[in-house]
Ligand binder design. Structure first.
Ligand code: GLN
Length: 489
Protein backbone atom coordinates (compact mmCIF):
# COMPACT_ATOMS: atom_id res chain seq x y z
CA UNK A 1 0.00 0.00 0.00
CA UNK A 2 2.58 2.54 1.04
CA UNK A 3 4.83 2.10 -2.00
CA UNK A 4 1.77 1.85 -4.28
CA UNK A 5 0.68 5.22 -3.11
CA UNK A 6 4.04 6.79 -3.93
CA UNK A 7 4.01 5.20 -7.38
CA UNK A 8 0.48 6.26 -8.14
CA UNK A 9 -0.61 8.70 -10.82
CA UNK A 10 -2.82 11.65 -9.94
CA UNK A 11 -5.84 9.67 -11.14
CA UNK A 12 -5.07 6.77 -8.78
CA UNK A 13 -4.52 9.15 -5.87
CA UNK A 14 -7.83 10.87 -6.65
CA UNK A 15 -9.57 7.48 -6.39
CA UNK A 16 -7.89 6.71 -3.06
CA UNK A 17 -9.02 10.04 -1.64
CA UNK A 18 -12.55 9.67 -3.03
CA UNK A 19 -12.93 6.18 -1.58
CA UNK A 20 -11.97 7.50 1.86
CA UNK A 21 -9.23 4.83 2.12
CA UNK A 22 -6.76 7.56 2.83
CA UNK A 23 -7.00 11.20 3.89
CA UNK A 24 -5.06 14.00 2.26
CA UNK A 25 -3.00 14.41 5.43
CA UNK A 26 -2.11 10.68 5.40
CA UNK A 27 -1.33 10.75 1.72
CA UNK A 28 0.85 13.86 1.91
CA UNK A 29 2.54 12.59 5.06
CA UNK A 30 3.73 9.56 3.09
CA UNK A 31 5.22 11.74 0.37
CA UNK A 32 6.85 13.98 2.99
CA UNK A 33 8.30 10.94 4.82
CA UNK A 34 9.69 9.63 1.53
CA UNK A 35 11.25 13.04 0.80
CA UNK A 36 12.74 13.29 4.27
CA UNK A 37 14.24 9.83 3.93
CA UNK A 38 15.76 10.23 0.47
CA UNK A 39 16.16 13.91 -0.41
CA UNK A 40 19.75 13.87 0.86
CA UNK A 41 20.59 11.35 -1.92
CA UNK A 42 18.88 13.35 -4.67
CA UNK A 43 18.78 16.98 -3.46
CA UNK A 44 15.64 17.60 -5.51
CA UNK A 45 14.36 20.02 -2.87
CA UNK A 46 16.37 22.99 -1.63
CA UNK A 47 14.02 23.11 1.36
CA UNK A 48 10.88 21.29 2.46
CA UNK A 49 8.27 23.21 4.43
CA UNK A 50 6.46 20.34 6.09
CA UNK A 51 4.07 22.53 8.09
CA UNK A 52 3.03 24.40 4.94
CA UNK A 53 2.34 21.09 3.16
CA UNK A 54 0.41 19.45 5.96
CA UNK A 55 -1.65 22.56 6.70
CA UNK A 56 -2.87 22.57 3.10
CA UNK A 57 -3.63 18.84 3.33
CA UNK A 58 -5.57 19.37 6.54
CA UNK A 59 -7.61 22.16 4.95
CA UNK A 60 -8.38 19.80 2.08
CA UNK A 61 -9.58 17.07 4.46
CA UNK A 62 -11.83 19.60 6.17
CA UNK A 63 -13.33 20.59 2.83
CA UNK A 64 -13.87 16.92 2.04
CA UNK A 65 -15.71 16.30 5.29
CA UNK A 66 -17.93 19.32 4.76
CA UNK A 67 -18.57 18.38 1.10
CA UNK A 68 -17.04 21.63 -0.11
CA UNK A 69 -14.20 20.30 -2.24
CA UNK A 70 -12.75 22.84 -4.65
CA UNK A 71 -12.18 20.31 -7.44
CA UNK A 72 -11.49 16.64 -8.10
CA UNK A 73 -7.80 17.39 -7.54
CA UNK A 74 -8.36 18.76 -4.04
CA UNK A 75 -5.70 17.34 -1.71
CA UNK A 76 -3.33 16.09 -4.44
CA UNK A 77 0.37 17.05 -4.15
CA UNK A 78 2.25 19.11 -6.74
CA UNK A 79 5.80 20.46 -6.36
CA UNK A 80 6.89 23.84 -7.73
CA UNK A 81 10.21 24.93 -9.17
CA UNK A 82 11.78 27.52 -6.96
CA UNK A 83 11.55 30.33 -9.51
CA UNK A 84 7.72 30.35 -9.35
CA UNK A 85 6.30 32.53 -6.58
CA UNK A 86 4.31 31.08 -3.69
CA UNK A 87 3.21 33.65 -1.12
CA UNK A 88 5.21 33.54 2.12
CA UNK A 89 7.58 30.87 0.79
CA UNK A 90 11.24 31.39 -0.06
CA UNK A 91 11.87 32.08 -3.74
CA UNK A 92 15.60 31.46 -4.19
CA UNK A 93 15.91 30.73 -7.94
CA UNK A 94 18.78 28.48 -6.88
CA UNK A 95 20.84 31.60 -6.19
CA UNK A 96 22.81 33.03 -3.29
CA UNK A 97 21.53 36.48 -4.23
CA UNK A 98 17.93 35.45 -3.41
CA UNK A 99 18.80 32.97 -0.68
CA UNK A 100 16.57 34.55 1.94
CA UNK A 101 13.98 36.22 -0.26
CA UNK A 102 10.40 35.38 0.70
CA UNK A 103 7.75 35.97 -1.95
CA UNK A 104 5.05 38.47 -0.97
CA UNK A 105 2.62 37.13 -3.56
CA UNK A 106 1.49 34.11 -5.59
CA UNK A 107 2.28 33.51 -9.24
CA UNK A 108 -0.84 33.12 -11.37
CA UNK A 109 -0.17 29.37 -11.77
CA UNK A 110 0.14 29.10 -7.99
CA UNK A 111 -3.20 30.86 -7.52
CA UNK A 112 -4.82 28.54 -10.04
CA UNK A 113 -3.49 25.40 -8.33
CA UNK A 114 -4.61 26.72 -4.95
CA UNK A 115 -8.07 27.39 -6.38
CA UNK A 116 -8.27 23.66 -7.19
CA UNK A 117 -7.21 22.75 -3.64
CA UNK A 118 -3.97 21.12 -4.74
CA UNK A 119 -1.28 20.78 -2.06
CA UNK A 120 1.80 22.78 -3.04
CA UNK A 121 5.33 21.68 -2.22
CA UNK A 122 7.75 24.59 -2.53
CA UNK A 123 11.52 24.61 -2.90
CA UNK A 124 12.42 22.50 -5.97
CA UNK A 125 16.09 22.78 -6.87
CA UNK A 126 17.19 24.30 -10.19
CA UNK A 127 20.14 25.75 -12.04
CA UNK A 128 20.74 29.29 -10.81
CA UNK A 129 18.13 31.54 -12.46
CA UNK A 130 17.29 28.57 -14.75
CA UNK A 131 20.56 28.96 -16.65
CA UNK A 132 21.93 25.52 -17.32
CA UNK A 133 21.20 21.96 -18.36
CA UNK A 134 22.46 19.99 -15.37
CA UNK A 135 21.15 21.60 -12.13
CA UNK A 136 24.78 21.80 -11.06
CA UNK A 137 24.87 25.59 -11.03
CA UNK A 138 22.46 25.74 -8.08
CA UNK A 139 23.95 27.59 -5.11
CA UNK A 140 22.33 24.89 -2.97
CA UNK A 141 24.27 21.98 -4.45
CA UNK A 142 23.68 19.81 -7.49
CA UNK A 143 20.63 17.58 -7.87
CA UNK A 144 21.26 13.90 -8.68
CA UNK A 145 19.41 11.71 -11.12
CA UNK A 146 17.28 9.19 -9.17
CA UNK A 147 18.07 6.51 -11.80
CA UNK A 148 21.78 6.83 -11.12
CA UNK A 149 22.96 9.34 -8.57
CA UNK A 150 26.32 9.72 -10.37
CA UNK A 151 24.36 11.31 -13.20
CA UNK A 152 22.71 14.69 -13.72
CA UNK A 153 18.90 14.89 -13.73
CA UNK A 154 19.18 17.47 -16.52
CA UNK A 155 18.31 21.10 -16.06
CA UNK A 156 17.46 23.67 -15.35
CA UNK A 157 14.31 22.06 -13.89
CA UNK A 158 16.35 19.15 -12.46
CA UNK A 159 14.55 19.33 -9.11
CA UNK A 160 11.21 19.16 -10.94
CA UNK A 161 12.20 16.05 -12.94
CA UNK A 162 14.10 14.29 -10.15
CA UNK A 163 11.27 14.82 -7.64
CA UNK A 164 8.76 13.16 -9.97
CA UNK A 165 11.14 10.32 -10.96
CA UNK A 166 12.01 9.67 -7.29
CA UNK A 167 8.28 9.65 -6.49
CA UNK A 168 8.68 12.51 -4.03
CA UNK A 169 5.57 13.95 -5.68
CA UNK A 170 3.29 12.68 -8.46
CA UNK A 171 3.64 15.83 -10.56
CA UNK A 172 5.59 19.07 -10.62
CA UNK A 173 5.93 22.40 -12.41
CA UNK A 174 9.08 23.54 -14.16
CA UNK A 175 10.01 26.38 -16.50
CA UNK A 176 11.43 26.07 -20.00
CA UNK A 177 13.38 28.79 -21.81
CA UNK A 178 15.47 26.59 -24.09
CA UNK A 179 14.55 23.06 -23.02
CA UNK A 180 14.52 23.16 -19.24
CA UNK A 181 11.34 21.11 -18.83
CA UNK A 182 11.80 18.69 -21.73
CA UNK A 183 15.48 17.81 -21.30
CA UNK A 184 15.27 17.07 -17.54
CA UNK A 185 12.06 15.16 -18.26
CA UNK A 186 14.05 13.09 -20.78
CA UNK A 187 16.99 12.52 -18.43
CA UNK A 188 14.69 11.32 -15.65
CA UNK A 189 12.20 9.25 -17.67
CA UNK A 190 9.13 11.44 -17.08
CA UNK A 191 6.90 13.54 -19.32
CA UNK A 192 7.82 17.21 -19.66
CA UNK A 193 5.54 19.66 -21.46
CA UNK A 194 6.49 23.14 -22.62
CA UNK A 195 3.24 24.82 -23.69
CA UNK A 196 2.96 27.37 -26.52
CA UNK A 197 4.40 30.76 -25.59
CA UNK A 198 1.43 32.72 -24.22
CA UNK A 199 -0.59 29.66 -23.20
CA UNK A 200 0.39 29.76 -19.49
CA UNK A 201 0.80 32.99 -17.54
CA UNK A 202 4.35 33.96 -16.63
CA UNK A 203 3.18 36.32 -13.88
CA UNK A 204 5.17 35.38 -10.77
CA UNK A 205 7.77 33.38 -12.69
CA UNK A 206 11.13 35.03 -12.09
CA UNK A 207 12.12 36.13 -15.60
CA UNK A 208 15.17 34.66 -17.33
CA UNK A 209 14.47 35.47 -21.01
CA UNK A 210 10.98 36.90 -21.23
CA UNK A 211 10.34 36.17 -24.91
CA UNK A 212 11.17 32.48 -24.40
CA UNK A 213 10.12 31.50 -20.84
CA UNK A 214 7.13 29.19 -20.31
CA UNK A 215 5.84 27.22 -17.31
CA UNK A 216 4.73 23.61 -17.74
CA UNK A 217 4.15 20.27 -15.98
CA UNK A 218 6.32 17.16 -15.49
CA UNK A 219 4.47 13.94 -14.78
CA UNK A 220 4.30 10.12 -14.90
CA UNK A 221 1.50 9.97 -17.41
CA UNK A 222 -0.02 11.86 -20.32
CA UNK A 223 -3.26 12.10 -18.40
CA UNK A 224 -1.59 13.83 -15.45
CA UNK A 225 0.08 16.25 -17.81
CA UNK A 226 -3.29 17.07 -19.39
CA UNK A 227 -4.91 17.57 -15.99
CA UNK A 228 -2.31 20.10 -14.88
CA UNK A 229 -2.35 21.89 -18.24
CA UNK A 230 -6.13 22.24 -17.97
CA UNK A 231 -5.61 24.12 -14.72
CA UNK A 232 -2.69 26.37 -15.56
CA UNK A 233 -3.50 27.31 -19.18
CA UNK A 234 -5.56 30.37 -20.00
CA UNK A 235 -5.58 34.12 -20.25
CA UNK A 236 -4.15 36.30 -17.52
CA UNK A 237 -4.37 40.06 -17.76
CA UNK A 238 -1.24 40.34 -15.59
CA UNK A 239 0.95 38.83 -18.33
CA UNK A 240 1.02 41.00 -21.44
CA UNK A 241 2.07 38.03 -23.59
CA UNK A 242 -0.86 35.92 -22.39
CA UNK A 243 -3.14 34.55 -25.10
CA UNK A 244 -6.97 34.40 -24.89
CA UNK A 245 -8.24 31.26 -23.17
CA UNK A 246 -8.93 28.43 -25.61
CA UNK A 247 -12.15 26.51 -25.48
CA UNK A 248 -10.58 23.10 -24.96
CA UNK A 249 -10.35 20.44 -22.28
CA UNK A 250 -7.14 18.47 -22.71
CA UNK A 251 -8.23 15.60 -20.49
CA UNK A 252 -11.29 15.18 -22.67
CA UNK A 253 -9.19 15.36 -25.83
CA UNK A 254 -7.12 12.28 -24.96
CA UNK A 255 -10.05 10.02 -24.11
CA UNK A 256 -10.82 8.51 -27.48
CA UNK A 257 -7.94 7.99 -29.85
CA UNK A 258 -9.42 5.21 -31.96
CA UNK A 259 -9.43 7.24 -35.16
CA UNK A 260 -6.59 9.56 -34.34
CA UNK A 261 -3.69 9.06 -36.75
CA UNK A 262 -1.51 12.19 -36.90
CA UNK A 263 0.82 13.01 -39.79
CA UNK A 264 4.33 13.12 -38.38
CA UNK A 265 7.36 14.93 -39.83
CA UNK A 266 10.94 13.81 -39.24
CA UNK A 267 13.36 16.75 -39.72
CA UNK A 268 16.46 15.54 -41.49
CA UNK A 269 18.66 18.30 -39.99
CA UNK A 270 18.08 16.93 -36.48
CA UNK A 271 19.21 13.48 -37.45
CA UNK A 272 22.35 14.82 -39.12
CA UNK A 273 23.67 15.50 -35.61
CA UNK A 274 25.68 13.10 -33.51
CA UNK A 275 23.10 11.14 -31.58
CA UNK A 276 24.01 8.51 -29.02
CA UNK A 277 23.52 5.09 -30.73
CA UNK A 278 21.15 3.76 -28.08
CA UNK A 279 19.09 6.95 -28.20
CA UNK A 280 18.97 6.77 -32.00
CA UNK A 281 17.82 3.15 -31.88
CA UNK A 282 15.04 4.01 -29.45
CA UNK A 283 13.84 6.83 -31.74
CA UNK A 284 13.82 4.45 -34.72
CA UNK A 285 11.60 2.10 -32.73
CA UNK A 286 9.26 4.99 -31.92
CA UNK A 287 9.02 5.97 -35.59
CA UNK A 288 8.30 2.33 -36.50
CA UNK A 289 5.61 2.22 -33.86
CA UNK A 290 3.77 5.20 -35.32
CA UNK A 291 4.07 3.77 -38.83
CA UNK A 292 2.68 0.45 -37.68
CA UNK A 293 -0.20 2.32 -36.05
CA UNK A 294 -1.05 3.72 -39.47
CA UNK A 295 0.29 7.23 -39.01
CA UNK A 296 1.77 8.93 -42.05
CA UNK A 297 5.45 9.58 -41.33
CA UNK A 298 7.43 11.72 -43.72
CA UNK A 299 10.81 13.41 -43.98
CA UNK A 300 10.75 17.17 -43.64
CA UNK A 301 13.33 19.93 -43.65
CA UNK A 302 13.93 22.71 -41.12
CA UNK A 303 16.84 24.33 -42.92
CA UNK A 304 17.81 26.97 -40.35
CA UNK A 305 18.14 24.55 -37.43
CA UNK A 306 21.91 24.95 -37.17
CA UNK A 307 21.55 28.67 -36.51
CA UNK A 308 19.34 28.10 -33.48
CA UNK A 309 21.98 27.71 -30.80
CA UNK A 310 23.91 30.88 -31.56
CA UNK A 311 20.66 32.80 -32.00
CA UNK A 312 19.42 31.56 -28.64
CA UNK A 313 22.60 32.46 -26.82
CA UNK A 314 22.36 36.04 -28.08
CA UNK A 315 18.66 36.55 -27.38
CA UNK A 316 18.52 34.66 -24.07
CA UNK A 317 21.61 36.33 -22.63
CA UNK A 318 20.51 39.79 -23.84
CA UNK A 319 17.13 39.42 -22.16
CA UNK A 320 18.71 37.89 -19.05
CA UNK A 321 21.17 40.77 -18.65
CA UNK A 322 18.27 43.16 -18.65
CA UNK A 323 16.00 41.06 -16.42
CA UNK A 324 18.70 40.43 -13.83
CA UNK A 325 19.58 44.13 -13.52
CA UNK A 326 16.96 44.40 -10.78
CA UNK A 327 19.04 42.23 -8.43
CA UNK A 328 21.19 45.07 -7.23
CA UNK A 329 21.58 44.60 -3.49
CA UNK A 330 19.27 47.54 -2.81
CA UNK A 331 15.80 46.13 -2.49
CA UNK A 332 15.34 42.46 -1.78
CA UNK A 333 18.57 40.71 -2.62
CA UNK A 334 21.79 39.80 -0.87
CA UNK A 335 23.72 42.98 0.03
CA UNK A 336 27.47 42.87 0.41
CA UNK A 337 28.64 43.62 3.94
CA UNK A 338 31.89 45.03 2.56
CA UNK A 339 30.41 47.77 0.40
CA UNK A 340 31.20 51.34 1.47
CA UNK A 341 29.25 53.32 -1.13
CA UNK A 342 26.41 52.92 -3.61
CA UNK A 343 28.52 51.79 -6.56
CA UNK A 344 30.32 49.21 -4.42
CA UNK A 345 26.94 48.00 -3.21
CA UNK A 346 25.87 47.25 -6.77
CA UNK A 347 29.10 45.69 -7.90
CA UNK A 348 29.97 43.72 -4.79
CA UNK A 349 26.45 42.48 -4.05
CA UNK A 350 26.09 41.21 -7.60
CA UNK A 351 29.63 39.84 -7.67
CA UNK A 352 29.08 37.91 -4.45
CA UNK A 353 25.48 36.99 -5.17
CA UNK A 354 25.66 35.56 -8.70
CA UNK A 355 27.43 32.34 -9.58
CA UNK A 356 29.80 31.79 -12.49
CA UNK A 357 27.29 30.81 -15.18
CA UNK A 358 24.91 33.67 -14.41
CA UNK A 359 27.80 36.13 -14.43
CA UNK A 360 28.98 34.78 -17.79
CA UNK A 361 25.52 35.26 -19.29
CA UNK A 362 25.02 38.76 -17.91
CA UNK A 363 28.37 39.77 -19.43
CA UNK A 364 27.55 38.12 -22.78
CA UNK A 365 24.11 39.73 -22.89
CA UNK A 366 25.38 43.16 -21.93
CA UNK A 367 27.95 42.91 -24.70
CA UNK A 368 25.37 41.82 -27.28
CA UNK A 369 23.18 44.82 -26.41
CA UNK A 370 25.91 47.40 -26.14
CA UNK A 371 25.96 50.27 -28.57
CA UNK A 372 27.87 49.47 -31.73
CA UNK A 373 27.20 45.75 -31.34
CA UNK A 374 23.43 45.73 -31.05
CA UNK A 375 22.85 45.55 -34.81
CA UNK A 376 25.57 43.00 -35.43
CA UNK A 377 24.31 40.62 -32.75
CA UNK A 378 20.90 41.25 -31.25
CA UNK A 379 19.08 42.60 -34.33
CA UNK A 380 20.59 39.89 -36.49
CA UNK A 381 19.58 37.19 -34.03
CA UNK A 382 16.00 38.48 -34.12
CA UNK A 383 15.99 38.12 -37.90
CA UNK A 384 17.32 34.57 -37.76
CA UNK A 385 14.67 33.81 -35.16
CA UNK A 386 12.05 34.73 -37.75
CA UNK A 387 13.63 32.30 -40.23
CA UNK A 388 13.50 29.50 -37.67
CA UNK A 389 9.85 30.21 -36.94
CA UNK A 390 9.03 30.22 -40.65
CA UNK A 391 10.76 26.86 -41.12
CA UNK A 392 8.27 25.33 -38.72
CA UNK A 393 5.29 27.17 -40.19
CA UNK A 394 6.14 25.86 -43.64
CA UNK A 395 6.63 22.31 -42.32
CA UNK A 396 3.28 22.40 -40.54
CA UNK A 397 1.47 23.08 -43.80
CA UNK A 398 1.22 19.34 -44.36
CA UNK A 399 2.01 17.60 -41.08
CA UNK A 400 0.45 17.68 -37.60
CA UNK A 401 3.61 17.17 -35.56
CA UNK A 402 7.38 17.03 -35.70
CA UNK A 403 9.18 14.15 -33.99
CA UNK A 404 12.80 14.46 -32.81
CA UNK A 405 15.08 13.19 -30.06
CA UNK A 406 14.74 15.38 -26.95
CA UNK A 407 18.49 15.40 -26.38
CA UNK A 408 21.39 13.84 -28.28
CA UNK A 409 22.49 11.78 -25.25
CA UNK A 410 21.05 10.20 -22.13
CA UNK A 411 21.84 11.87 -18.76
CA UNK A 412 25.44 13.02 -18.51
CA UNK A 413 27.71 12.26 -15.60
CA UNK A 414 27.77 14.96 -12.97
CA UNK A 415 30.74 17.24 -13.50
CA UNK A 416 31.33 15.77 -16.97
CA UNK A 417 31.40 19.10 -18.79
CA UNK A 418 32.16 21.35 -15.86
CA UNK A 419 35.02 23.12 -17.67
CA UNK A 420 33.32 23.26 -21.04
CA UNK A 421 30.11 25.30 -21.05
CA UNK A 422 29.95 25.08 -24.83
CA UNK A 423 29.58 21.29 -24.70
CA UNK A 424 26.62 21.73 -22.38
CA UNK A 425 25.09 24.43 -24.62
CA UNK A 426 25.35 22.09 -27.62
CA UNK A 427 23.24 19.48 -25.89
CA UNK A 428 20.20 21.77 -26.23
CA UNK A 429 20.21 21.69 -30.01
CA UNK A 430 16.86 19.85 -30.30
CA UNK A 431 14.90 21.83 -27.72
CA UNK A 432 16.02 25.41 -28.34
CA UNK A 433 14.41 25.92 -31.79
CA UNK A 434 11.02 25.21 -30.21
CA UNK A 435 11.38 28.13 -27.78
CA UNK A 436 12.69 30.44 -30.48
CA UNK A 437 9.60 29.66 -32.54
CA UNK A 438 7.30 29.79 -29.47
CA UNK A 439 5.85 26.35 -30.23
CA UNK A 440 4.65 23.69 -27.77
CA UNK A 441 6.87 20.64 -27.18
CA UNK A 442 6.54 17.46 -25.14
CA UNK A 443 9.21 15.02 -24.10
CA UNK A 444 8.01 11.41 -23.92
CA UNK A 445 9.78 8.49 -22.18
CA UNK A 446 10.59 5.71 -24.68
CA UNK A 447 13.01 3.25 -23.13
CA UNK A 448 16.27 2.76 -21.31
CA UNK A 449 19.93 2.31 -22.16
CA UNK A 450 21.70 -0.96 -21.33
CA UNK A 451 22.90 0.71 -18.15
CA UNK A 452 19.39 1.73 -17.15
CA UNK A 453 19.29 5.42 -18.08
CA UNK A 454 15.98 6.77 -19.46
CA UNK A 455 15.58 7.61 -23.15
CA UNK A 456 13.06 9.96 -24.66
CA UNK A 457 11.70 11.59 -27.79
CA UNK A 458 10.23 15.02 -28.39
CA UNK A 459 7.01 15.96 -30.15
CA UNK A 460 6.52 19.49 -31.46
CA UNK A 461 3.10 20.80 -32.53
CA UNK A 462 1.79 23.97 -34.20
CA UNK A 463 0.85 26.93 -32.00
CA UNK A 464 -1.79 26.10 -29.38
CA UNK A 465 -2.15 22.52 -30.62
CA UNK A 466 -1.05 20.93 -27.35
CA UNK A 467 -3.81 18.36 -27.84
CA UNK A 468 -1.77 16.87 -30.72
CA UNK A 469 1.20 16.41 -28.41
CA UNK A 470 -0.87 14.74 -25.73
CA UNK A 471 -2.87 12.52 -28.08
CA UNK A 472 0.17 11.36 -30.02
CA UNK A 473 2.09 10.64 -26.82
CA UNK A 474 -0.93 8.77 -25.45
CA UNK A 475 -1.01 6.49 -28.51
CA UNK A 476 2.54 5.47 -27.60
CA UNK A 477 1.91 5.29 -23.85
CA UNK A 478 -1.09 3.00 -24.30
CA UNK A 479 1.16 0.44 -26.03
CA UNK A 480 4.22 0.68 -23.74
CA UNK A 481 5.16 0.48 -20.13
CA UNK A 482 8.19 2.77 -19.84
CA UNK A 483 6.35 5.47 -17.94
CA UNK A 484 5.48 2.98 -15.20
CA UNK A 485 9.10 2.08 -14.44
CA UNK A 486 10.64 3.73 -11.45
CA UNK A 487 14.08 3.85 -9.85
CA UNK A 488 14.71 1.85 -6.70
CA UNK A 489 16.09 3.38 -3.54
N1 GLN B 1 19.93 24.91 -21.05
C1 GLN B 1 19.43 26.14 -21.56
C2 GLN B 1 20.17 27.31 -20.98
O1 GLN B 1 21.02 27.09 -20.17
C3 GLN B 1 17.96 26.24 -21.31
C4 GLN B 1 17.63 26.66 -19.93
C5 GLN B 1 16.15 26.81 -19.70
O2 GLN B 1 15.34 26.34 -20.50
N2 GLN B 1 15.80 27.47 -18.63
O3 GLN B 1 19.91 28.42 -21.31
Amino acid sequence: MSSNLLNATIGELQKLLESGKVSSVELNQQFVDHIEKHNSEVNAFIFVDKDFILEQAKASDERRSSSSLLSSLDGIPIAIKNNIAIEDQRLTCGSHILENFVSPYDATVTTRLKQQGMVLYSGLNMDEFAMGSTTESSYFGATSNPWNTERSPGGSSGGSSASVAARFVPVSLGSDTGGSIRQPGAFCGVYGLKPTYGQVSRYGLVAFASSLDQIGPLSHSVEDCAKVLDIIAGHDERDSSSYPTLDINYLQEIQNLEDYRPRIGIPKEYFAHDIDPEAAKAIDAVIDFYKTKGCEVKDITLPNTDLALSTYYIIATAEASSNLARFDGIRYTHRSGEAKNIMDTYFMSRGEGFGEEVTRRVILGTFALSSGYHDAYYSKAQKVRTLIRRDFETAFEDIDLVLTPTAPTPAFKKGENADDPLMVYLNDIFTIPVNLAGLPGLSVPCGFTQTGLPLSYQLIAPYFKEEHLLKTAKLFEDAHDYHNQHPQF
